[in-house]
Write a protein that binds this ligand. Structure first.
Ligand code: UDP
Ligand code: MG
Length: 326
């Protein structure tokens, strides 16, 4: 049986909490009765410095029923940090943790699928949206562009996967080996490695309250993701420099031909060629410096060089700490 924790970041969610807590309780009771999860499994709400009655509701739930736990952040730190705080609080208690949003947009019936895959040996299970039928054109377009741009920029994210996922205890501890302050979960979780799997689900509309993720926050989120995960933007400067150098060589030939044919004003050829060549050299130089800054940047993150999955030694299997593999 799995000791399951569900972690839910909440920011000004008084409108949805009563319903969310009720439905999740039903879901978990069902799973407990079916003998799939232990009776001491929990639902952890993380209050991300809400300005409304969110924390009163969470502590009220906790008073009524110990199924519910609450983590209160000192102030608003944003969805990613709130989620991390929740995960951190349960990392030594849970066999598996599922993170989801407070607004029930993530279909809670996918939890069964998550558990199936976990029991089949996956340490990370990604919830992936099967379609975006219920999204407006604008949301669909911006969201799908988000994943494409992210991948192009060197931040490997799972397409159409947000933060609805299951992490095993091992994967969770692997995650916390990443010491960087700007921990972009969607990019770092795949870096943790281990066996992973995917569960498809239909994403619903938020049933009450309004989105806490306006376009402005989404753009900031994407920018954070790219710059905190990869140094590809720096590499692009070098590529641009070489591209320009190539163009300048082509132009040089063209200008020389024009010069030979006498179509040009005196001095123009040498001027225009220098402009292109110097521009190219400058870009390449900036790119090279950037490359070193990028290295320094990545070093400061002190990322783990590796995370060992298993160590077969004599008659033992070491490092394989999760109960299901034992
Ligand atoms: N959230 C949070 N802190 C914030 C903003 C949002 O903890 O500063 C939580 C919010 O309560 C919800 C989740 O992040 O549980 C996703 O937010 P939302 O549903 O508003 O985003 P959308 O689904 O519209 O992208
Ligand atoms: Mg939502």
């Amino acid at each position: 049986m799995v000791k399951l924790y569900i972690v839910i970041p909440c920011y000004n969610e008084e409108a949805v909490l009563p319903e969310t807590s009720k439905r999740l309780k039903e879901k978990l009771s069902g799973l407990m009765d079916a003998g799939r999860i232990t009776r001491d499994s929990h639902i952890v709400f993380v209050d991300d410095g809400s300005k409304d009655r969110t924390w009163e509701l969470i502590s009220g739930l906790h008073q009524e029923d110990r199924l519910y736990s609450g983590v209160k952040l000192s102030r608003n730190r944003g969805h990613q940090n709130a989620l991390l705080a929740g995960l951190y609080s349960v990392k030594d208690r849970a066999d598996a943790v599922i993170s989801m949003d407070a607004d029930l947009q993530d279909d809670i019936n996918a939890i069964d699928g998550f558990l199936d895959k976990y029991e089949a040996g996956a340490e990370v299970v990604y919830g992936v949206r099967s379609s975006r039928k219920k999204d407006t054109f604008f949301k669909k377009f911006t969201a799908e562009s988000f994943y494409k741009v992210m991948n192009f920029m060197g931040a490997d994210v799972v397409f159409n996967h947000a933060d609805y996922r299951l992490l095993s205890n091992r994967a969770l501890n692997g995650l916390f080996e990443f010491k960087e302050v700007n921990l972009f979960l969607r990019g770092v979780v795949p870096m943790v490695g281990y066996k992973s799997d995917v569960v498809y689900y239909e994403r619903n509309e938020r049933f009450a309250g309004e989105s806490k993720y306006p376009l402005k926050k989404m753009l900031a989120f994407a920018f954070e993701g790219i710059t905190s995960l990869s140094i590809k933007p720096i590499r692009m400067i070098i590529s641009l420099g070489f591209l320009m150098l190539f163009v300048s060589v082509i132009l040089l030939i063209y200008f020389l031909v024009q010069h030979a044919l006498g179509h040009t004003v005196a001095g123009w050829t040498s001027l225009i060629v220098s402009v292109w060549a110097i521009g190219a050299l400058q870009l390449i130089s900036i790119g090279v410096i950037g490359e070193y800054i990028g290295k320094v940047y990545l070093e400061t993150k002190e990322r783990p060089r590796f995370i060992i999955d298993m160590f077969l030694h004599e008659d033992e299997v070491l490092y394989s700490v999760s109960e299901k593999n034992a």
